[in-house]
Design a protein around this ligand. Structure first.
Ligand code: UD1
Length: 426
């Protein structure tokens, strides 16, 4: 078989998607929660853990650190136990998954020391880690950057101390890293200007089940009272709001009807409002969200990305496909990441009329996209190209889908279940 990284999707588009899709556990909640297991030697049992490349990388990282991990991908259950014995998160793993930076807080809190490689990950701008480092210093860590590694040492190589952290910029993984670090620090920590994302709330829920004392998650001020040690627990990972949003948009872009089950609709408020503005009929019933776009024209909607509860930057690329097919002109403004428009040139190759002006894309809707050969550049960009391929007339080949495997569980099976024609080719 050809190497994994050469895999492509071949998509026959132009057919409305129709059916039900079961939404997986959130990648962006599972990753910090897996790294939170570093904070205890006891057994942690996690449910609804998605079978994703980034999750596998997290298991590899935990194993390198000395943990035992077992994972039943059919059940989505992971069991992690044992004590971390190594303080090093190596370049080989961190370069493939930027979220590994979140090992820094828990490792330093548990072992008193850590050496975490500076990260790689999605090619969406510079993506610095200064806020993580500054926050760790507030918790008493001595930090040096040496040989491509962030080396952190707690006071006396033992325990971090509580601190007052004011995040200069809202950072999701920054908040998570520091929240984890503070659970085992001496005294109280306050994180001001914390991120509000639902994945942070889910991490805090898991940490509380482990015995952590955390208040205020989901608000911009999180208070953590350090405890001596954390213990084992059982936790179910929250539903992936970005995966749900991606399938709803795929249904709308193809003028079909898609029902997403096992979602947490309250985490999707702004997106659902925007989908309604795009003229979709959106129905929410418990944990099920249905988008019906049969025989309806797509209306243009202006989008500005913002930290939660604003419009998620992780939905920007997918929504741009809708605007590409809308009846009129709209704008998409990206305020979180620079260089997150690499899908635009590819969508234009499929017949879209999109023009980049600084951090804004002007979308002049066209009647139809046309199948083409296109290249993924990051995780969410690849999702947008798959949606465009499903909506387009003819055949599309989406290259470099290893990006998509990082964040979407069982993509082909889920799309085929909705009546889409997609095949993995090498
Ligand atoms: C997380 C998500 C990612 C999502 C992003 C924004 C995970 C694993 N990833 O990424 O899917 O797109 O939130 O919702 O949860 N920044 C700094 N210094 C830092 C850290 C961040 O300047 O130390 C800047 C970034 O460059 C960016 C902004 O802060 O402009 C927000 O980034 P951040 O929230 O940290 O993104 P991630 O946590 O990496």
């Amino acid at each position: 078989m050809a190497p994994f990284k050469t895999a492509k999707f071949k998509i026959e588009g132009g057919k409305p998607l129709d059916g039900e899709v079961c939404i997986s556990g959130a990648k962006n909640a599972a990753l910090p929660i897996l790294l939170a297991t570093i904070l205890t030697k006891d057994e942690i049992v996690l449910h609804n853990v998605p079978d994703l490349a980034d999750v596998k990388t997290s298991f590899e990282l935990l194993k390198q650190l000395g943990k035992q991990c077992s994972y039943d991908k059919n059940l989505g259950t992971a069991v992690i136990s044992g004590c971390v014995t190594s303080k090093v998160a190596s370049y080989e793993l961190v370069k493939t998954m930027r979220a590994s930076i979140m090992a820094l807080g828990p490792l330093t809190a548990f072992l008193g020391e850590a050496a975490v490689s500076l990260p790689g990950g999605c090619a969406i701008g510079a993506r610095p880690v200064d806020l993580h480092i500054k926050g760790m210093k507030e918790l008493g860590a001595d930090i040096i950057l040496d040989d491509g590694y962030i080396k952190a040492v707690a006071p006396g190589s033992e325990r971090l101390k509580g601190g007052h952290i004011n995040m200069d910029k809202v950072s999701v993984t920054g908040t998570e890293n520091l929240m984890m670090a503070a659970t085992l620090a001496d005294g109280e920590t306050i994180i001001e200007n914390a991120a509000l994302e639902p994945e942070i709330v889910d991490l805090a829920k898991c940490l509380r089940a482990m015995g952590a004392k955390i208040k205020g998650d989901g608000t911009s001020r999180i208070c953590i009272e350090g405890v001596k040690e954390l213990h084992g627990c059982e936790h179910t990972v929250v539903a992936d709001r970005i995966e749900a949003g991606t399938y709803l948009i795929a249904g709308i872009a193809t003028h079909g009807i898609v029902r997403c089950v096992n979602t947490l609709p309250s985490t999707l408020d702004v997106l659902l409002q925007k989908l309604k503005q795009a003229n979709a009929i959106i129905e929410v019933d418990g944990t099920t969200i249905t988008a019906d776009m049969r025989n309806r024209r797509i209306l243009p909607v202006d989008i500005v990305t913002a930290p939660h509860p604003g419009f998620p930057t992780d939905m920007q690329a997918q929504f741009t496909v809708l605007n590409s097919l809308a009846d009129g002109v709209s704008s998409v403004t990206e305020t979180i990441f620079e260089n997150r428009f690499m899908h635009i040139a590819e969508l234009n190759r499929m017949g879209a009329h999109l023009e980049i002006r600084g951090n804004v894309v002007i979308c002049s809707g066209v009647k139809m996209l046309k199948g083409a050969q296109v290249m993924s550049s990051d995780l969410r960009a690849s999702a947008s190209l798959v949606i465009a391929g499903l909506a387009a007339e003819g055949t599309s080949i989406v290259d470099r889908i290893y990006h998509m495997d990082r964040g979407y569980e069982h993509i082909e099976a889920k799309i085929r279940n909705l009546g889409g024609t997609i095949e993995r080719i090498y």
